[in-house]
Design a protein around this ligand. Structure first.
Ligand code: PSU
Ligand code: MN
Length: 305
């Protein structure tokens, strides 16, 4: 292995034994949720993955090394430390060369997963085409990563801080399938549906694993989005959350927030305005994704040996 990548002992052992591994991102810890709920959620998500018979690998850059699997103390560090760099594909070479720390977004986590031979990745929501992108060109690097990196991303869809219609169009152009897990509609993170249909509905982890295998057996490079709706009991009221989001988007515009600061700003604003209700929903959906994602990793492990 190169000096700029390091696997945890647990991940090394899993690779040796053929135990399925699930990748996790660290931007959701450092920029997606407040402390201490972020660290607690990260630990609970790891525990859920282990309960399902897989091994978690939370990704991050520490002192310029791509780390595949973090210790409890390292999770705490990323949860607690202010001002950690949010690392997407474009940031990786700088962070490695300058030996810095970075929390990996969906795009950077997919890169780490691919380097470590991990095919399944669980998160909350993916980035996408932002509202107003026809003038700002604000399109998350996550989408381009999904176009070229062979990792399936289990998420609760995407937040309507994005233009979900344009996000679906972009993914279609890039050949990225969007699968609804036990649903026909694209979930929109806090709520179980949206006005948009998914491309395909699959009802079991095995069916999802078979589709992943088919895609990569044919050398169709790129990822897949597996959209798993938030559990009913945690779903937020549609009109309420959409109003909060609309206001947050307007505020970001009027403050002139751009680039990689947009998403963290919107996430923080939504949390403040909903007095933490959105955080509760966020935690619940990530845990639910961990369960389903681990089941998919286990099913994929069975058919791809
Ligand atoms: N969406 C969420 N929660 C998050 C993110 C997105 O609901 O924490 C994070 C993920 O790490 C994602 C990143 O990869 O934001 C996208 O940022 P941008 O829009 O700047 O590409
Ligand atoms: Mn952006």
């Amino acid at each position: 292995m190169n000096e700029w990548i390091k696997l945890s002992e647990e991940v090394k052992e899993a690779k040796k034994n053929g135990t399925p591994i699930v990748a996790l991102e660290s931007t959701i810890i450092s920029h997606g949720m407040p402390y201490p709920q972020n660290v607690q959620t990260a630990r609970e998500v790891e525990a859920i993955i282990r309960e399902e018979g897989a091994v978690p690998a939370t990704m991050a850059v520490i002192d310029g090394v791509l780390r595949i699997g973090l210790s409890d103390e390292e999770l705490e560090f990323f949860g607690k430390t202010k001002g950690i760099a949010k690392a997407s594909r474009r940031d990786m070479p700088y962070l490695v060369a300058a030996k810095k720390n970075g929390a990996t977004t969906v795009s950077a986590t997919m890169i780490c997963a691919q380097l470590a031979g991990i095919k399944t990745f669980v998160t909350g929501g993916i980035g996408g085409v932002h509202r107003g992108a026809e003038t700002t060109m604000d399109i998350s690097a996550d989408l381009q990563e999904l176009a070229k990196t062979d990792v399936a991303v289990i998420c609760a869809g995407a937040k309507s801080i994005l233009d979900l219609g344009l996000t679906m169009e972009y993914l279609e152009t890039q050949g990225v399938p969007v699968v609804g897990y036990q649903t026909d509609k694209l979930p929109s993170f806090f709520t179980r549906t949206s006005p948009f249909d998914v491309n395909y509905r699959l009802d079991t982890a095995t069916e999802v694993a078979e589709m992943m295998k088919a895609k990569w057996d044919m050398n169709l490079e790129g990822g897949m989005v597996i959209a798993n709706p938030i559990p009913e009991e945690f779903a937020m009221e549609d009109s309420f959350i959409n109003k909060v989001i609309d206001e947050a988007v307007k505020e970001a515009e009027s403050l002139g927030i751009t680039g990689k600061d947009v998403t963290p700003f919107l996430l923080g604003k939504i949390k403040d305005v909903t007095e933490g209700k959105s955080l509760e929903a966020n935690i619940a959906l990530v845990k639910n994704n961990a369960k389903v994602g681990a089941q998919i990793a286990v099913a994929f492990g069975k058919i791809s040996q």
